[in-house]
Ligand binder design. Structure first.
Ligand SMILES: C[S@@+](CC[C@H](N)C(=O)[O-])C[C@H]1O[C@@H](n2cnc3c(N)ncnc32)[C@H](O)[C@@H]1O
Ligand code: SF4
Length: 333
């Protein structure tokens, strides 16, 4: 699948729930959150069918996300089936990490069960090593559980564990170096992400926005000039650098300040309520649940996907006074 701007679509991010056991301020707006009703969520069978259709059209990588994907009942049985979809070569999962160390049926930990299920890479969100501040950002005192979760993922034998840190001026700026050291000790790939106005406009203000360039300078003040690694890519838009004198590499995801951010976009998103979104930073979304439940054939669903790809914008609208229509938690980051 290729759009009008030459973006080749090979990556589908699949949100399987809008529910979460945390309440990150930048993801879930403060007002009372209303969960989607059960029948408004794609069943796992429906989701697998759409992954199969996407794979027939050239998608080879799937990332399972949410909300918090590990809060959905039956998630492990679902995840087990994804690597068996013909054409899917890589399966990732994004999580807040709080449930990774929880015992799972037949294995010591959920992380172990995910590894056995064929998940290749795990992304864990962690914005701070300070327990109190963690509780303030996420609304839950679960910092210790996240660290246990990361250790469970390491023990389970994942070789690609990424830590994603959202940058917040004046809030976790003092955490940059401790997080680099934490990642070094555990051999994790740390990435710093610019705050995006995904959920509400008020989470992103001049006062709390910290550009990746500033974060990089802070890190360089301690470690020296970072060495660009343009040849190293994961599957997304991060740019990577090596820390001088170390084998450690860190990444920066500058959705707001990197003007070439969208050039290499290879993604489509499927929300848990069955909407296909061609771009995270655009209000465009197309309801595929409706034709799916009305009995559409594979052929018709393939045509639906191609139509959505055809409408993929050249770049996101975040810099254009974007008005969020949907909360991040309901899109799937
Ligand atoms: C929506 S979460 C879903 C998966 C899982 N619950 C987690 O926290 O990793 C995916 C990612 O989106 C990021 N995120 C949420 N809201 C954001 C925002 N306004 N700007 C930048 N990143 C955001 C989170 O930090 C997280 O890394
Ligand atoms: S970022 Fe992840 S953990 Fe935080 S509220 Fe959103 S879905 Fe939950």
């Amino acid at each position: 699948m290729e759009d009008r701007y030459g973006h080749r679509i090979s990556y589908l991010r699949v949100s399987i729930t809008d529910r979460c056991n945390e309440r990150c301020a930048y993801c879930m707006p403060g007002e009372l959150h209303e969960w989607l009703p059960r029948q408004g969520i794609l069943s796992f069978e429906e989701t697998l069918r759409l992954i199969r259709i996407a794979a027939e059209l050239g998608v080879s990588k799937v990332r399972i996300t949410g909300g918090e994907p590990l809060t959905r009942n039956g998630v492990l049985d679902f995840v087990r089936q994804v690597p068996h979809v013909p054409g899917i070569r890589e399966v990732g999962l994004s999580t807040n990490g709080t449930l990774l160390s929880r015992p799972a049926h037949g294995t010591a930990t959920t992380a172990g069960a995910l590894r056995e299920a064929g998940v290749d890479s795990i992304n864990v969100s962690l914005d701070t090593l300070d327990r109190e501040f963690y509780a303030r950002i996420t609304g839950r005192d679960l910092h210790a559980a996240v660290i246990d979760g990361i250790d469970a993922a390491i023990a389970a034998g994942f070789d690609r564990i990424k830590i994603n840190t959202v940058l917040m001026r004046g809030r976790n700026e003092d955490q940059l170096i401790p997080l680099v050291e934490f990642a070094a000790q555990r051999k994790l790939l740390l990435r710093f992400i610019e705050l995006m106005p995904v959920s509400t406009n008020d989470v992103l203000t001049e006062e709390n926005f910290l550009p990746i360039a500033t974060a990089r300078k802070r890190i360089e003040a301690t470690f020296g000039t970072l060495i660009p690694e343009p040849g190293f890519r994961t599957n997304g838009p991060a740019t990577y650098y090596q820390i001088p004198g170390r084998a450690q590499r860190i990444g920066f995801i500058g959705a707001m300040t990197n003007l070439h951010f969208c050039d290499t976009c290879n993604k489509l998103r499927l929300t848990c309520d069955g909407k296909l979104r061609p771009c995270l930073g655009s209000a465009l979304e197309f309801d595929i649940m409706e034709p799916l439940r009305a009995g559409a054939s594979d052929e018709e669903l393939r045509a639906f996907f191609l139509n959505v790809v055809e409408r993929k914008p050249q770049q996101h609208d975040f810099r254009e006074n974007y008005q969020p229509g949907r909360k991040m938690i309901a899109i799937g980051g």
